[in-house]
Design a protein around this ligand. Structure first.
Ligand code: CP
Length: 333
């Protein structure tokens, strides 16, 4: 990196990444530019050893494929190393406090990343408490409120498709039926908070039981008003998809029923018809792309014809998880 590029990048050293809302538009822009550069360098086989001998601790309270592996591969490519910490097999399971985790892990390394996404009211608070005591940056790998690593990769993917000016685009974020497990609320919440900042017209669709948390809804409205975009909520997938340029149908749970999976599934089964199929896609714009953070319930959230079809961008989207994770680590650690 040049001297001026270095000073620009250094402004984020030590910063936490807990919600996209905590970073300014310029800071998000810097993260996206850094991710794009790292992506090109990765594809060209250029070594990017920006974090030699540095350690990040990855604490997981939930399962993961993309997040764990994008961070582990990413830190290796940056010259550092990741420690995987399973909350269930560490002393967290015996009640070790977020304060102790923050202080102790800060003494061993250079960054802490946390996934704590399945209990409404807990994940974001836990991370903020770790961050209060940690002397190294804390990264949110998905909480109850936001999945900022996912939505940053999504924004990168959308910009690769449509360019930097997103102001004329319509994004449909819709609930969809999934029987596999009760999925967190943080992806739709993160999407409506982040995409509304860039002038997009964001439409959220869900059955009545699946309302999102108050704060992300408030921020989506406020961001849209500030950016000149629009944010609206409808009660069916068809209206959300009408003329949409980007469709993002996925499942999430009823806020009051996390921890009661059988009750939650009873509610979900009323809405088995909420699937993204070719007929649903036909209502979107001709240039529409289909996105999903994955894992997707094939045959329930989406048909194979759509997720494997020409409009699907799920694999570039998943790939961008690594480039954005690397950018966040390189900038903050
Ligand atoms: N999209 C996402 O966060 O994937 P994982 O749950 O596999 O990490």
């Amino acid at each position: 990196m040049t001297h001026s590029a270095n000073s620009q990048a250094d402004r984020l050293k030590g910063r936490d990444w807990l919600m996209t809302q905590d970073w300014s538009d310029d800071e998000i822009e810097l993260a996206l530019e850094t991710a794009a550069k790292l992506k090109t360098e990765f594809r060209n086989g250029v070594h990017t050893l920006h974090l030699p001998h540095k350690t990040i601790f990855l604490i997981f309270f939930d399962k993961s494929t993309r997040t764990r592996n994008s961070f582990e591969a990413g830190i290796t490519q940056l010259g550092g190393h990741a420690h995987f910490i399973d909350a269930d097999t560490s002393q967290i399971a015996h009640g070790e406090s977020p304060k102790d985790m923050g202080i102790i892990l800060s003494g061993y390394g250079h960054g802490i990343a946390i996934r704590h996404d399945l209990v409404p009211g807990e994940g974001q608070s836990y991370m903020r408490e770790v961050a209060r005591w940690a002397s190294v940056p804390v990264i949110n790998m998905q909480c109850d409120v936001d999945h900022p690593c996912q939505t940053l990769a999504d924004l990168m993917t959308i910009r690769e498709e449509f360019g930097k000016d997103l102001s004329e685009l319509k994004l449909a974020v819709s609930w969809a039926y999934a029987p596999s497990y009760v999925k967190p609320m943080s992806v739709p919440q993160g999407l409506i908070m982040l995409m509304s900042r860039f002038g997009m017209n964001v439409t959220l669709a869900h059955p009545p039981e699946y309302t999102l948390m108050d704060e992300p809804l408030r921020l989506a409205r406020e961001n849209a008003a500030r950016s000149g975009g629009r944010f609206e909520v409808v009660d069916n997938m068809e209206d959300a998809f009408a003329g949409a340029d980007i469709v993002y149908p996925k499942s999430w749970g009823v806020e009051s029923l996390y921890g009661q999976p059988e009750e939650a599934m009873k509610v979900a089964q009323k809405y088995r018809g909420w699937i993204c199929d070719e007929q649903m896609m036909a209502g979107a714009s001709e240039r529409a792309i289909y996105m999903h953070c994955l894992p997707a319930d094939r045959g329930s959230e989406v048909t194979d014809a759509v997720i494997d079809g020409p409009q699907s961008r799920v694999y570039p989207e998943a790939e961008n998880r690594m480039h954005t994770a690397k950018a966040l680590m390189a900038l903050t650690m």
